[in-house]
Design a protein around this ligand. Sequence first.
Ligand SMILES: [Zn+2]
Ligand SMILES: [Zn+2]
Length: 611
Amino acid sequence: MIRFAIALLLTLSVPVQNRAIAYDISYRLAMSHPASHLFEVTIEVQVPAAERATYIDFQIPMWQPGRYSIADFAKNVQEFTARSGNAQLSWMKVDNQTWRVQRGMNRTTTVTYRMFGDDLSGTYAQLDIGHANYTGGELFMYVVGHKPDPVQLRIEPPANWNVINGRSERANQVEWQYPNYEIMIDNPTEIGPDWTVDEFKVQGKTYRVVVHSRGEEGGRRPSLVRDIQKIVEAETKMWGPPEFDTYTFMIHFAADDRSGDGMEHLTSTQIIEPGILAERGSYDDAVRAAAHEFFHVWNVKRLRPIELGPWDWTKPAATRGLWIAEGFTQYYGVMMYHRAGFQNAEGLLNSLGNTIGTIENSPASKLMSAEASSMAASFIDAALHRQRTNLPNTSLSYYLKGELIALNLDLIIREKTAGRYSLDDVMRKAYEQFYLNSPNATYYLKGRGYTIEDFAGVVSEVAGTDLADFFAKYVRGTETLPYDEALGGVGLRLVKSPANQPYTAGIVLDPEDRQGMRLGALRTGSPAERGGLQQGDVLMEIGGISVARENWRSILNRFKQGDRVPVSVRRLRQTLDLSIQLDTPEAFVYRIDEERGASAQSKALRAAWLN
Ligand SMILES: [Zn+2]
Ligand SMILES: [Zn+2]
C-alpha cells in the first residue's frame, strides 16, 4: 500500500501535456463456471462531470509485454454488454479490438464481457476446473486515453480457491490498487485450490516460490526452493538487493507435455514447465529459467529500451534492443547458473560452444543482424504463420545472437581493462544511469528507456575505448563475431569441426505435417533446392527406396559427398523424378578449448571470468 502511494505521487508529479481528466476505473474478475473456460470481466468507469466526450472506447491489447507476436486477444471476447445503472447503453465495434460505448452524459458506465481462455501460457489465460491463471492484457480492456489513470481490481474466486500474485501483501488478498493499467497487467496471478508457497530471505528481501504441480513432485520441492535461493544469491551479489521487498517465482509443472514458458514481470516471474517436478529434466529447466527470468528484474523490466513502456497496444512493438534486453539476459542466465555453482567450467564452455554452433550453422547468420532480429520480434517470437514464409532461412534468434554479443563484449572488456571491469559493470552503470538516476520520462515507470546509442556509449565508457566499430560490424551488421580476439584474451580458442550428425542435403520436413513427408522451407542454396525440390512436395523415394520420417536420413546417408542421388516426390498429384548432388558437410560443431601457451595474464583473466 505504501509503495502504491509513492508510485501514484510520482505519476501525478510528472507533467504530461493534454492529459485527459482522470477517470475512476475499477475491474472485477469472476469465474463462476471454471469448466466453461470463461472468465467474467466487469469494468466500471466513473467519468468526472467536466468530461465532454459522450462515448468511451474500451480496447483489448493485440499483444502484451515480453511476448512480441500479435496475439489478438479480442478474438476470445464474447457477450459484451454496456449499461449505466439499469439502463442499457448502445455500443458498437469500431475496429477489431475496440468497443465504443455511448455513455451520453451518464457519469457511470459499466461494461461486462466474458473471455474464453484455455491455454496455460505466460501470454494467454487459462480457466479450468483445476485453476485460473492469467497475466492481464489478455483479459482486461483499457479505457482509451486513460491508460495512465489509477485502476482498482477485485477478484472473486470460486469457493476454496486462493489468489496469489507478485503483489499479494497478505493471505487471501483479493483487492488491489495499481498506479496505472500497464502495472496491473504486469502481474501474473494464480487462483486455485492447491498451489503451494515457500519463502526465503536474501539480503533482507522476501522471495516466494509458488508451485502449482499438475503431476508428481517426487519430494523435490524443498530442493527446488533451495536451488532458486542460490540463483537469487548469485544475482543479487552482482546487482545488490532489488528495490522492492517481495518477489514471487510462480511456477507451473503442467504435466501436459505441451505448455512451456518463462515470462518476466516487475515483481514476479511466471515459469511453466511442460513436465512434472519429479522429473530431473523439468526440475533443471525450471532452475535455468529462474536464472534467466530473475535477471530480467533489472535488465528489461527496469533498465529497458526506450520503446518498451508505455506501450501502444494497437500495433506490434518495434525496438532495436532485444539483443540486449533478451540476449544479454540469456548470457547472464547461463553465467548465473554457473556462478550459483550448478555446473563446472567445462559445462559452461560446452554450453557457450553449442550456442556458437547454433548461430554459426544458421543460414540466417549472414542475412539478419542482431538489430534486425530485434525488429523482427513480432514475426519470430512464437508467432503463428498462416502463409508460407522463408523465416527458417532468414531469421536469427536475438536471444542467442545477443548471448554471443554479450560473451564477446564481456571478454573484450576484461582484456582491455586488464580485468578491472567486465560486462557486469556495464549493466550496473546502465541501470543506475537510465533507471535509478534518470527523472521519470513517462507515467509508466521510474527512469527512462535507453536508445541503442545510449547503451553502446556505456559499453565504450566501461571498456575505456571506443567500441563503435564493434556495434557497426556485429550488431548492426552481420559480420562473424570476433571469437578469436574475445576468447584469445582469456587464453581460449574456438575449434570448428564437421558435426557428427546425419547429412540432410538441405531437406527440411514441414513441422506441421507431423507424420508425413511434406517438405517445409528448404535450406537456401542447398543441394535439395538446386535439385528442384520445393516446399510442399511430398518426399517419396531416395535412391529408389521409399522413405518415411524414421528412415529418410539414414537412407540419404548411404550416399557420399559428390554422389548424384535420384529422388522422387509427389507434387500437384503427379510423381516427379529428380536428383540431388550431395555437397560438403553442412553443419559444424564448435568447441571452446584452452589455448596452449596462453600467457599468465590471460589465464588470470579466465579464472576471474569463470569464478
Ligand atoms: Zn495453476
Ligand atoms: Zn527473457
